[in-house]
Design a binder for this molecule. Sequence first.
Ligand SMILES: Cc1ncc(COP(=O)(O)O)c(C=O)c1O
Length: 476
Amino acid sequence: MGQHTLDPEDWGSFRDSAHKLLDAAIDKMKSNKEGRVWNPLPENMKEKLQVDLPSSGLDHEALRTKLAEMLPYGVGNTHPRFFGWVHGAGNPGSVFAEIASSAMNANLGGRDHGGIYVEKQVIEWSRQMMGFPEGASGLLVSGTSMATIIACKVARDSRLGSQCRENGVGNVPLVGYVSQQAHSCIARAFDLLGLGSGALRKIPCHSDFSMDIDALQKAIAEDRSQGFEPFFVVGTAGSVNVGAIDDLDALAELAKAENLWLHVDGAFGATAILSKTVRTRLSGLERADSLAFDFHKWLHVNYDAGCVLIRSKEKHLQSFSGRAEYLTGVNKGLAAGDLWPVDLGPELSRGFRALKVWSHILEHGVDKLGACIDENCRQAAYLGEKVEQADQLELLAPVSLNIVCFRFLADDHSDLDTLNREIVIELQERGIAAPSTTFLEGKLAIRVNITNHRTELHDLDLLLTEVQNIGNELAG
Ligand SMILES: Cc1ncc(COP(=O)(O)O)c(C=O)c1O
C-alpha cells in the first residue's frame, strides 16, 4: 500500500473539477444583481447537510457538485437590494487572491516569507489612508470586534503598566466612555479584558445621534470625584444605527486634556476618508491613539478583513510581545524578520487575509473605492428625501452618511413596531430586499444601510414602493 497523502491521485481530474467550480462561481457573481435577495436554505438541503461523520471521502467531482449547490445560499449581501446591518457587497476580484492564498496556505503568525511583507504593505497603506504618523503600527484581524479588543488591551496595559499582563488588572477602578449609540463590541471588549462592561459609561447623544461632549466632560468629572480612574474614550465614526459621526477633533482635545486614550470605532465610517464628500467630517480621526475599521464593509473586500491601527508601536508591542522559546527569532533563515504579527495580537496561527486586501487595492485603486462610497451617500440622501415626501412614511433620524431609518405609518394601527418588523420580514422572505431593523428613541425603525456598490436608484424606488404595498396589505 502506498503512503497516505491528501493530494489528488489524479491532478488532471482535480484541475477539471476546479475549473468547473470556478466557472460556477463566476456565473454566480455575474448574476449578483438578479433574482431574489435572500434564499433561505431549503429543508431538503438542511437535511442533506446532516450526515454522520464521514469515514471515507468523496471524489473531486462529487465535492464540486456539493460546493456548487451551496452557491445560492449566502446572506444575500452580494445583491444590490441587500440593505441589512453593515455588510459589504464583496467583489469578484477577491477570488483571484483567495485562489492564490489557498494555494500558498501561508501562516501569517510570523517568520520571514512573502505574506509578511504583503501585510506590512497593507498596514502601511492603511496608515497613510487614515493619516496616522509614520511608525504607527497595526494588524489585520477578522473584523472591528477583534480590532477593538486589541486596541482596548493596549490602552489598558498602557495605563496599568505592562506588569498587569502577569499580575492581572487588580482593583484599579478603570472606566471608559462611549456614546449611547456606540457599537456593542466595545462593551464586549471591556468584558473580555476583565474591566467589566459596567466600567464603560454610555454618554447621551445630541439629536443627530453624535456624542454630547459636554455630557462626557461632566461624566468624567463625576467619575473622578467618586474615585474612579478614567482612561479611555471612544469616538464613533459612523454609528451602526444611523451613521452618526462624533466630533473627533473635540474628542481628541478632550482626551489630551484629560489624559485619556482616544480610540475611534470606524468600522465602516473611517473608510469614508477616501470619499470626497465625507472626508472633512472625519477630521480628528488621525489624532486617535487607536483606530478599528474594516475592509470587508464599505471597501467590499470579501469577508473577513478588519484592521487595527495603533499610534504608538512601542505600546502596541509592550502589550503583546513575548514569544515562547520555540518561536525565538533569528537574523537569517525562515525564522528571521524583525517583527512578527504574533508580537502585535493574540493569534499565533493567522491566515493570509492580507493578500485579498492588497490585491483589492491594487485592482481598484483608492479613488474608485472612494467614489463608490460617495455614490452610496448620495443614494442615502435620495432615499431620505423620498421618505420625507411620502405621506405614509416617517423619517426617524437625519441621514448623515449611508443609513436611512424610517417607518411605515398606518392611522388605524396601534402597534407600529410590530407592523414595521413584519414589513421587514416580508421583504426578506419574498426575496424583494433585505433591510434590517433597529430601535430609535423607542420606535422600531426599518433600517436601510447602503454599503453596496451594486445598488442603483431604481433599487431604492422599488424598496419604498414595496414597503408601502406590504404595509398597506398587512395593515388592511
Ligand atoms: C460601528 C461598528 N462598530 C463595530 C462593528 C463590528 O464590526 P465587525 O462585525 O467587523 O466585528 C460594526 C459592525 O457592523 C459597526 O457598524
